[in-house]
Design a protein around this ligand. Structure first.
Ligand SMILES: C[S@@+](CC[C@H](N)C(=O)[O-])C[C@H]1O[C@@H](n2cnc3c(N)ncnc32)[C@H](O)[C@@H]1O
Length: 257
């Protein structure tokens, strides 16, 4: 992509499986994604008054919980199989985020479809909710479709420290820096990046910052509208209207600078 060309950005309201099924084989270079797993929430039996909103109302118009992806092994296998199909078999890289519950239940399935290379830890700096110990980290599995394409540099660490967002406009909004780290490590300018669980479009902003094309979907209409407004504002002004402050730590150099 030359500097005069605008990247292609497609944001759709769709179920992740339908969205991926409509993409051509080998049409994506890098997948970065933060799925809405149902396992941890069902296991913890949230929504009994301790958490804002009722978990049982998830995905409804008035409910505060967003819809989740039913993470049975069969459904997750369908998702991974579609990811495998749309990724370029020679060069594809994939980053999938996990909470600790889903990592143990679904993480091993990733090996059935991809060559798993790393388990990255996102240190969120500040503690969040928790069951027994309060959670301060999440995981990201990094995997590839073949051994042919390496990362852009060999010096990147597998622990990333970015402050989690506090009271962000979207319920589960993640720092753009998290996706910037993934995309910077794996994508050249002009590559196509895809996120089938895009939420508020943090990964879209990260793709644009790396001069990449972007294909994103979310099942929720409010998420898609937020992502559309966010991307449009970023393309017009260069400002990210949903994350006004950096999540990186002032005393730590991020590896894309
Ligand atoms: C953890 S959030 C992603 C947040 C996003 N990374 C951000 O920074 O805003 C997961 C998203 O998956 C969406 N979702 C749930 N089930 C889905 C499905 N079957 N297909 C596509 N999106 C789904 C939810 O609406 C939610 O926005």
């Amino acid at each position: 992509m030359t500097s005069s060309q605008q990247p292609i950005v497609r944001l759709e309201q769709a179920d992740c499986l339908a969205f991926l099924a409509a993409l051509s084989d080998a049409s994506v270079d890098v997948i970065v994604t933060d799925p809405a797993y149902s396992g941890m929430n069902e296991w913890l039996q949230l929504g009994n008054g301790r958490i804002v909103g009722q978990y049982a109302d998830k995905g409804t118009e008035d409910g505060k919980w967003f819809q989740e992806f039913q993470d049975s092994e069969a459904n997750y296998g369908r998702f991974l199989s579609q990811c495998q199909r749309v990724l370029n078999p020679n060069t594809g890289h994939i980053y999938i985020m996990f909470d600790s519950y889903s990592l143990l239940s679904l993480g091993p399935l990733v090996r059935d479809y991809f060559a798993v290379k790393n388990l990255i830890t996102w240190d969120k700096v500040h503690i969040g909710m928790g069951h027994y110990f309060r959670r301060r980290h999440e995981y990201i599995i990094f995997a590839t479709t073949s051994n042919k394409r390496k990362l852009r540099h060999q010096s990147f660490p597998d622990v990333w420290r970015f402050k989690r967002l506090h009271r962000a406009p979207y319920a589960t909004q993640k720092p753009v820096e998290l996706f910037q780290a993934m995309i910077h490590a794996s994508a050249e300018p002009g590559f196509t990046v895809c996120d089938p669980f895009m939420g508020s479009g943090s990964s879209a902003i990260a793709a644009l910052k790396n001069d990449c094309h972007y294909l994103g979907s979310d099942i929720a209409a409010d998420a898609v509208q937020l992502a559309q407004e966010r991307v449009a504002a970023y393309q017009q002004t260069g400002q990210d209207i949903l994350q006004l402050k950096p999540a990186s730590l002032p005393d730590e150099k991020v590896f894309w600078e």
